[in-house]
Design a protein around this ligand. Structure first.
Ligand SMILES: Nc1ncnc2c1ncn2[C@@H]1O[C@H](COP(=O)(O)OP(=O)(O)OP(=O)(O)O)[C@@H](O)[C@H]1O
Length: 445
């Protein structure tokens, strides 16, 4: 079981009874649960962070609908083309008119479809040919077509709480036949009844389960992958032991410790707390490495974040900021690079977009740097913040005079329209009391 499919896939629940956490979305008294129980499936957008159970909820709905002979079709927006969507719709129309069968279409990562692709569904959702269930990690208000959004119920799923993670892990541990060792009652695992089969008896420390539940940061896939890798690593070191020692017998018991699961999690998911301090530490290290023109370190911190599951769009947004804050007018095309990288990441998502970010990060590390505009702008902000009393009025000659009254009040009077002059124009643009202030040279005004 452990060698083939990922544990997370084999453990995917088929019913709501095994779907843990998410009580706000599908708890006992929620509207969604009663709709599902009566098999009235509305069009839904499931929005939540990775591994919190979006696909699983869709899978449970699918399972339920099959019992009621509703067709359930799945597409992933990462590889489906508009034609695939059209085919599904055509088939759904036929099923509806010839067999009176409903079709539920599940689209994973729906935010990857562009607006016009999303438009394709709109009339068919509206007339009931298909019931749409879209899953997304991105805020649907920005990523899902407004017209489509207004026809769907948005279900917000949250990071799984630690208790739910423990339950999910325990379900997997039980199904693998692993025994949990209670640390409050220290016993030697070797004292457990002996195992005559060639398969070793497996044990896991209870604190290892808790640690795994905490460190997976509400992501059940990460937790289950971590568990799987820890078990596989332990089993393979047992085999190595036999080979090296030349013994024909191998230990009949295997103990999975807290360290094993930490390592397992690190390998499957690189220990990285996307919401906590590590997230800020890594982005700060990336920013400083690029500022210090260290391309090696810049790439390292980028990979640490992406391999740890950081949202590539978050990194891309930070790069857009860096382009102006640290490179500025020393290379104005840096901003174009950053915006292009952001859009590219949005189009193709992970893992394909990692190289776009890597290119941008190396470009930035190598680029000349200038904080001239950034500092000058900060000086202006400081000047405004420190100003005592009412702000100085806009000089009359700089004001527009769209009405006669304004003209009479002197608006626009004496303004020299620069294109009319062949020589430099002597004219003041700052308010009277700021005359002579140079934000590019001095901080105070
Ligand atoms: N609420 C839950 N209860 C029980 N198991 C869960 C739950 N959520 C997730 N899992 C387990 O974690 C695995 C991954 O979850 P799932 O694929 O549903 O996440 P997702 O939210 O769709 O993630 P992604 O956005 O990364 O695709 C599932 O196969 C299942 O084993």
């Amino acid at each position: 079981m452990l060698q083939g499919k990922p544990l997370a896939d084999t453990m995917r629940p088929d019913t709501l009874q095994d779907y843990f956490g998410q009580s706000r979305a599908v708890g006992q008294d929620t509207l969604l649960r009663s709709l599902l129980e009566t098999n009235e499936i509305p069009s839904l957008i499931l929005w939540g962070p990775p591994g919190c159970g979006k696909t699983t909820l869709a899978h449970i709905i699918a399972n339920n609908s099959k019992k009621h002979s509703i067709r359930f079709v799945t597409l992933s927006a990462t590889n489906a083309k508009t034609n695939d969507v059209r085919d599904v719709i055509k088939q759904a129309q036929n099923e509806k008119s010839f067999f009176k069968r409903k079709t539920v279409l599940f689209i994973d990562e729906i935010h990857r479809f562009n607006k016009s692709q999303q438009d394709t569904f709109l009339p068919h959702v509206e007339c009931g040919t298909i019931t749409l269930i879209g899953a997304t990690t991105e805020n649907p208000s920005f990523q899902v077509n407004a017209a489509l959004l207004s026809r769907c119920r948005v279900i917000v799923l949250e990071k799984l709480p630690v208790e739910a993670m423990v339950t999910i892990l325990m379900r997997a541990i039980n199904s693998l036949g692993i025994h949990v060792l209670d640390s409050s009652r220290p016993t030697d695992p070797l004292s457990h009844s002996s195992n005559s089969s060639s398969e070793p008896a497996m044990f896991i420390e209870d604190k290892a389960v808790d640690t795994l539940a905490y460190l997976s940061d509400g992501d059940a896939r990460a937790g289950l992958n971590g568990l799987q890798l820890a078990v596989l690593a332990r089993l393979s070191s047992r085999k190595m032991f036999c080979k090296k020692s030349g013994q024909s017998y191998s230990p009949s018991r295997v103990l999975i410790t807290e360290n094993d699961v930490k390592e397992g999690l690190q390998r499957s998911h690189i220990l990285y707390d996307r919401a906590g301090e590590e997230h800020y530490n890594c982005i700060s290290a990336l920013h400083k490495s690029m500022r210090g023109s260290d391309q090696n370190a810049s790439l390292y911190w980028l990979a640490r974040m992406l391999e740890g599951g950081e949202d590539p769009l978050y990194v891309a947004r930070r790069l857009v900021r860096f382009a102006s804050e640290d490179i500025g007018l020393a290379d104005p095309s840096a901003l174009t690079q950053a915006v292009a990288a952001y859009q590219g990441c949005h189009f193709i998502g992970m893992p394909e977009c990692e190289v776009l970010l890597a290119q941008c990060v190396v470009y930035f590390a190598r680029a000349p740097k200038s904080i001239e505009v950034y500092s000058a702008y900060n000086n202006v902000k400081a000047c405004l913040r420190n100003h005592q009393g009412p702000l100085p009025p806009v000089p009359l000659h700089l004001r527009n005079a769209p009405t006669r009254l304004m003209k009479d009040l002197g608006y626009g009077k004496g303004y020299k329209y620069n294109p009319m002059y062949s020589e430099p124009v002597d004219q003041e643009y700052l308010p009277e009391e700021l005359r002579g202030v140079d934000f590019f040279k001095q901080r105070r005004c």
